[in-house]
Write a protein that binds this ligand. Structure first.
Ligand code: HEM
Length: 260
């Protein structure tokens, strides 16, 4: 049989994956399912793109990194905008099917956690919420022990003359990224003297800001939909989410802005 639009995209399978649980049916549950599935697809693409960025950094491919950061920050903007759609769900409408979610929560999104780990925001304690021995758990453990985008960014900077302190190189890579003054000083020099690198750094900052925007929009979404209730994942809800708010992926890029 010839390849068609539907067979190439496996649409029969894809469109069969939305299974609302409410009985009698609740109109808005379909939106809730589709929007989360759409986010999971964006997470998948972000992971794919950041794997490439890591290779671009290691191999000093500036234009490759620029092109892909342009893409990741544009996807991130779309991810932020999608929150508008979820906000058409009113608190009462969400309550009408919230029980059907039982303990399911975005908290358990393994791809989101993978993305955090890949970017360098490593919180090993988050593994507690994933079923041990499952393939997802294994994926997450692998990400935890792999070098992050920031570790690979150091390789890139080194190839452009920045000194990367030995203690940064020798650090335990299962821990989150830490700001570093020597790296920041090196970045400042490049920012001032290398216009093509400045383009890359601005795109990285765009992405970073976008990720923080997503966290902010998600918190406000949660606040307006469930207020101070606990999350279905069992956390304190808004209070838990606020801990990661304003946390940069590339702290050294933010540390120097007043000197530019
Ligand atoms: C009515 C809409 C939503 C509500 C009420 C809600 C609520 C929450 C709450 C309360 C948490 C904290 C963890 C817990 O459950 O205890 C959480 C975490 C999370 N949610 Fe949502 N959420 C909503 C929509 C979304 C959407 C559309 C996404 C997109 C994928 C999403 C992704 C996440 C992620 C990734 C986390 C973990 C965040 C982190 O660990 O920093 N949520 N959500």
């Amino acid at each position: 049989m010839d390849l068609t639009y539907a067979t190439y995209l496996k649409l029969d399978q894809l469109l069969d994956l939305q299974a609302p649980r409410s009985q009698p049916p609740e109109h808005d549950e379909m939106l809730f399912i589709i929007v989360h599935q759409a986010y999971e697809l964006w997470f998948k693409l972000q992971l794919h793109e950041f794997e490439k960025i890591k290779q671009d950094f290691v191999n000093n491919r500036l234009y490759g990194a620029i092109a892909t950061f342009k893409r990741t920050r544009t996807i991130m903007k779309t991810m932020v905008e999608q929150v508008d759609i979820v906000e058409t769900l009113t608190p009462m409408s969400f309550s009408s099917f919230r029980d059907r979610l039982e303990n399911a929560s975005g908290f358990q999104s393994v791809q989101f956690r993978e993305l955090e780990f890949l970017l360098g925001y490593k919180r090993p304690q988050m593994l507690r919420y994933v079923q041990p021995e499952s393939p997802a758990y294994q994926r997450l453990v692998t990400r935890l022990h792999e070098r992050s985008v920031v570790d690979c960014f150091y390789d890139f900077l080194e190839q452009h003359g920045v000194t990367i302190p030995a203690e940064l190189r020798a650090r335990d890579i299962t821990l989150p990224t830490v700001p570093n003054e020597t790296v920041a000083a090196g970045l400042l020099e490049l920012y001032k003297n290398e216009p093509d690198l400045e383009i890359l750094f601005e795109l990285m900052t765009d992405f970073d800001e976008g990720f923080q925007e997503w966290r902010y929009r998600h918190i406000k979404l949660v606040e307006r939909t469930i207020g101070s209730k606990r999350g279905t994942g069992g956390s304190l809800g808004v209070e838990f989410l606020k801990k990661s708010l304003f946390l940069p992926v590339f702290p050294d890029l933010w540390a120097i802005r007043h000197k530019l």
